[in-house]
Design a protein around this ligand. Structure first.
Ligand code: TXA
Ligand code: MG
Length: 365
């Protein structure tokens, strides 16, 4: 199969909508990462999503919705009319809180987990009694969902476990030859996946840090979120420890290079000695600062050649999130033999989502 990457003209959006109506899957831009979209009520499309990504079926999908908010302002009513959620299983208080969050963040990178309607196929939810839903902000995603006329299930458009794509070309490199069409909506503006929040079971739990910082959500809710415990993997089966990973090994450094003591540098050298030598090229991903300076500092105690990429020169976390997967991918495709990454300073704002993705991308020594 030849994969076509096309501009999102009205004709091409119509073409993509027709493919989707015919139970095919299509590469779709969103503001977070590119998705691999398929009709939510079409079992054949859903199973194609899993087989195309080589994704295990115990990892549930997010449903993407879009409608004219001037025509229907009541989010819960519309989700119920779309046969996605079972409103009767949601307490009045949770309905109020969910509405408040949707009013604040939809369209945008916030996914909410609701009690599901029996009409949502089990394949989409991995047999769970809940369904994950978000309203994307990207105009091409909105136009596509509205042209198809039904919500679309869409996981990130990468092979299972690999780096999420933030450009149409990256989708091509991940799934080229496996899908017919990718709509090119330009580079994703957010760059990390949506924040996933569960309101099942009466507690508000952060299942995945993402594009909307948890602290902002806590302000809107007026109460703290429960943070996911490791055993919560059972309620959010997709949150596997290893994910978002490059093909090369990626190791996390303890902290910013300029803050490493002589002792720490020595111990680092001893731990990674087998990878270090003057002819070796080491990839280095830094959250902030000048890559040239970082190359010099890192080569001083690794005695190797360094190829550094900086996510943001001035430590702007939004810019860092936007660049994270693209820079991880560029190091993965570079001459570097191995990648080292410096985590962001402090889990503030989008720093938590970036730290989460780096940790899941990393290998243990
Ligand atoms: O930003 C995003 O959310 C992107 C774009 C394409 O919208 N999508 C995305 O999908 O990241 P995916 O499949 O890579 O991650 C979805 C995650 C799953 O791994 C799972 O942990 C969680 O959402 N999830 C889905 N349904 C769930 C459910 N019923 N209960 C708990 N977690 C759920
Ligand atoms: Mg994913």
């Amino acid at each position: 199969m030849i994969t076509r990457i096309v501009k999102p003209t009205p004709d091409n959006i119509q073409l993509a909508a027709e493919l989707l109506q015919n139970h095919e899957v299509v590469g779709m831009p969103t503001e977070t990462v590119y998705g691999l979209a398929g009709g939510i009520f079409q079992e054949k499309a859903l199973s194609k999503i899993f087989s195309t990504k080589e994704r295990p079926t115990f990892d549930p999908l997010i449903v993407h919705v879009s409608w004219d908010l001037n025509k229907e302002k009541d989010f819960l009513k519309k989700l119920s009319d779309l046969q996605l959620i079972n409103l009767s299983l949601l307490s009045t208080e949770d309905q109020t809180m969910a509405t408040r969050l949707m009013q604040a963040y939809w369209p945008g990178p916030l996914t909410l987990i609701f009690p599901k309607s029996p009409l949502v196929p089990d394949l989409a939810t991995s047999g769970l009694s809940t369904v994950a839903i978000r309203m994307p902000q990207h105009p091409v995603a909105q136009a596509l969902i509205q042209a198809v006329g039904t919500p679309l299930a869409a996981p990130s458009a990468n092979q299972f476990g690999r780096i999420s794509p933030t450009t149409a070309e990256a989708v091509g490199r991940e799934l080229g030859g496996r899908i017919e069409l990718i709509l090119d909506g330009g580079p994703c503006s957010v760059g990390v996946e949506s924040t996933v929040l569960s309101l099942a079971g009466g507690s508000w739990t952060l299942l995945r840090p993402g594009g909307i910082p948890a602290a902002e959500i806590e302000q809107v809710l007026g109460r703290p979120l429960t943070k996911k415990s490791p055993s919560a993997n059972l309620t959010s089966p997709g949150m596997l420890e290893s994910h978002y990973a490059p093909r090369k090994k990626l190791y996390l450094l303890p902290g910013p290079l300029h803050l490493m003591s002589e002792e720490e540098k020595k111990s680092f050298y001893l731990s990674y000695k087998h990878l270090l030598r003057p002819s070796a090229i080491l990839g280095l991903l830094i959250c902030e600062g000048d890559p040239g300076e970082a190359e010099e500092m890192f080569s001083q105690f690794t005695h190797s050649k360094i190829l550094a990429k900086s996510l943001s020169l001035h430590g702007d976390l939004q810019e860092a999130a936007k660049n994270l997967f693209a820079e991880m991918r560029s190091l993965d495709e570079s001459a570097a033999e191995v990648i080292f990454a410096v985590p962001c300073a402090g889990p503030k704002g989008l720093g938590l989502a970036i730290a989460d993705r780096l940790k899941r991308a990393s290998s243990l020594l």
